[in-house]
Design a protein around this ligand. Structure first.
Ligand code: GDP
Ligand code: IMO
Ligand code: MG
Length: 425
C-alpha cells in the first residue's frame, strides 16, 4: 500500500479515526502529525468504543507501529492516562507499538491556564477552544521558548527552561490576568516523573519514520482537526493553532513530500463544527436537533453539542485543492436516511455576487448566503449496505453529485460507526 495522508476536509470530527482504523489493516506505520489532545478520534469495534486523543487510531491493530510526530503538542499526563485507558480495554501499548518524537513539544499547566484565561478575557468573541492549552503551547513553540521531550530527558536543561517559562508566565498571570502564580518545584518534579514513565517510548521520530519508508513500509499520516480549523487556511481566527492540512504532515513528521503518495480527505455526508466561527450551511433549530440526535453529534473531547448543517461543496471543493486530495472518504451517510430532502451548498452569494471559493475576510465568510441544490432523500436504512450498489438510487445519486461538485472521486463510504460498516467504492 502507498503512503497516504488522511486529513479532515471540513471542520474536524469527520470520522478520521474510523477511516484510519480501516486503512491501518494494510499499512505498517501510523503517524500523527499535528494538534494535541484537543482531538478526539472514535473507533467502534468488537462491541467496544475507543476514543483516542493523542495516540494514532491505528493502535487498535496488532503488529502496527504508531508514532506521535514532532508536530504534535503532547500533554504527558493526558498521554499516560490514554495509555492506561487503552490497556484497561485490553490493548497493548508499549515501545513495541508506540513511539513519541523527542522533538514534540510539551504542554504544561500554564498553557492550560492561559488558554482558559484568554478565552474568559475575550468573552463574547471567544474561539471556543477545548481548553487543553493547545494555542499557548504552539505560541511558545513559535516564540522559541517551548520545551520538548528531548529537554525533559536532561534534568538540568529542563530545569533552566522551565524556570524561565514559569517566571515569564507568572508575570503574565499577575500583570494581565490578576491570577495566582505557579510554583516551580512541584511542576518540575511532576514532569520529571512523566519523563521517566515515558522514556522508553521516546524516539527520534523523523529518523525512525524515514527508515521505515526506506525499508518499504507504508505509512498513514493521521491528521487531527480539519482543513477549516487550519491556522493558515481555516476560518481564522476561529481555528486551531497548527496546520491540519496535508502540508502539515511533512513538517509534523520530518518526511519530505516526495515520499508521500496520496492524500485522502475525510468528509461527513453533511457538515459539523464545534466552537465558534462562520458556518454558512448551519441548520435551523428543528433540523439541527434531528440530525444532532441521529448523528450523536456531541464532541468526543469536550462533549459539547456540535453545530450541524448541510454539506458545503464550496468548502470541500476548496479543501480538495488546498490538500491536493486524490480520494474522498464519505462518512455518516446513514445519518441522512430519514431526511425527505437533502441539500448541497454549491456556491455562496455575497454582495450580489456568486462566490465559488470561501472569502478570506472572516466578516464576509460570516455573512455569505448559501446557494442550495435540493435532492430527494432516500428514506431507507443504509446502515447495512455493504457496497455501493446496495445503496438506494437517491443515495448513489447524492454521492455522485458530491464527487462532481468537489472534484475528487469517492473511494470509501461509511454507513455506521462500527468498523465493518464501511466499504470501498
Ligand atoms: P474524528 O475526530 O474525525 O475521528 O471523528 P470523531 O470520532 O470525533 O466523530 C465521528 C463520530 O461519528 C464518532 O462518534 C464515530 O463513531 C461516528 N461515526 C464515524 N463514521 C460513522 C458513520 O458512517 N455513521 C455513523 N452513524 N457514525 C459514524
Ligand atoms: P478532531 O481531531 C473538532 C476546535 C475547537 C475550537 C477550535 C480551537 O477530533 O477532529 P483548540 O483547543 O484547538 O485551540 O480549539 O478548534 N477543535 C476541534 N473541533 N474536532 C477537533 O479535533 C477539534 N480540535 C479543536 O472546538 O473551535
Ligand atoms: Mg473528533
Amino acid at each position: 500500500m502507498p503512503s497516504s495522508v488522511v486529513v479532515g476536509a471540513q471542520w474536524g470530527d469527520e470520522g478520521k479515526g474510523k477511516i484510519i482504523d480501516m486503512l491501518t489493516e494494510k499499512a505498517h506505520v501510523v503517524a500523527r502529525f499535528q494538534g494535541g489532545n484537543n482531538a478526539g478520534h472514535t473507533v467502534v469495534t468488537g462491541g467496544q468504543e475507543f476514543i483516542v486523543h493523542l495516540i494514532p487510531s491505528g493502535i487498535l491493530h496488532t503488529g502496527k507501529y504508531c508514532i506521535i510526530g514532532n508536530g504534535v503538542v503532547v500533554d504527558p499526563a493526558g498521554l499516560l492516562t490514554e495509555i492506561e485507558y487503552l490497556r484497561q480495554k485490553g490493548i497493548t501499548v508499549d515501545a513495541s507499538n508506540l513511539g513519541v518524537s523527542d522533538q514534540a513539544h510539551l504542554i504544561f499547566p500554564y498553557h492550560r491556564t492561559l488558554d482558559k484565561l484568554k478565552e474568559a478575557k475575550i468573552g463574547a468573541g471567544k474561539i471556543g477552544t477545548t481548553g487543553r492549552g493547545i494555542g499557548p503551547c504552539y505560541t511558545d513553540k513559535a516564540a522559541r521558548v517551548g520545551i520538548r521531550f528531548a529537554d525533559l530527558l536532561d534534568p538540568e536543561t529542563f530545569r533552566r527552561k522551565l524556570q524561565a517559562n514559569i517566571e515569564e508566565k507568572n508575570l503574565i498571570f499577575s500583570r494581565i490576568y490578576d491570577a495566582p502564580p505557579l510554583q516551580f518545584e512541584p511542576i518540575y518534579e511532576e514532569y520529571l516523573k512523566y519523563g521517566e514513565a515515558l522514556e522508553k517510548l521516546i524516539i527520534n521520530g523523523p529518523v525512525v519514520l524515514n527508515k521505515a519508508i526506506t525499508d518499504g513500509k507504508s505509512v498513514l499520516f493521521e491528521g487531527a482537526q480539519g482543513t477549516f480549523l487550519d491556522i493558515d487556511h481555516g476560518t481564522y481566527p476561529y481555528v486551531t493553532s497548527s496546520n491540519a492540512t496535508s502540508g502539515g504532515a511533512c513538517a509534523g513528521t520530518g518526511v519530505g513530500p516526495s515520499r508521500i503518495d496520496k492524500v485522502i480527505g475525510v468528509v461527513k455526508a453533511y457538515t459539523t463544527r464545534v466552537g465558534e466561527g462562520p458556518f454558512p450551511t448551519e441548520f435551523p433549530p428543528v433540523l439541527m436537533e434531528q440530525i444532532r440526535t441521529k448523528g450523536k453529534e456531541y464532541g468526543a473531547t469536550t462533549a459539547r453539542p456540535r453545530r450541524c448543517g448541510w454539506f458545503d461543496a464550496v468548502l470541500v471543493r476548496h479543501s480538495v485543492i488546498l490538500n491536493g486530495i486524490n480520494e474522498i472518504a464519505v462518512t455518516k451517510l446513514d445519518v441522512l436516511d430519514d431526511s425527505p430532502r437533502v441539500n448541497i451548498c454549491t456556491g455562496y452569494r455575497f454582495n450580489g455576487k456568486v462566490l465559488e471559493t470561501p472569502p478570506s475576510n472572516i466578516e464576509h465568510w460570516s455573512k455569505v448566503e448559501p446557494i442550495y441544490e435540493e435532492h430527494p432523500g432516500w428514506l431507507k436504512d443504509t446502515s447495512g449496505c455493504g457496497c455501493f450498489e446496495d445503496l438506494p438510487p437517491q443515495a448513489r445519486r447524492y454521492l455522485k453529485r458530491l464527487e462532481e461538485l468537489v472534484g475528487s472521486k469517492i473511494t470509501i463510504v461509511s454507513v455506521g460507526s462500527k468498523r465493518e460498516q464501511a466499504f470501498h467504492v
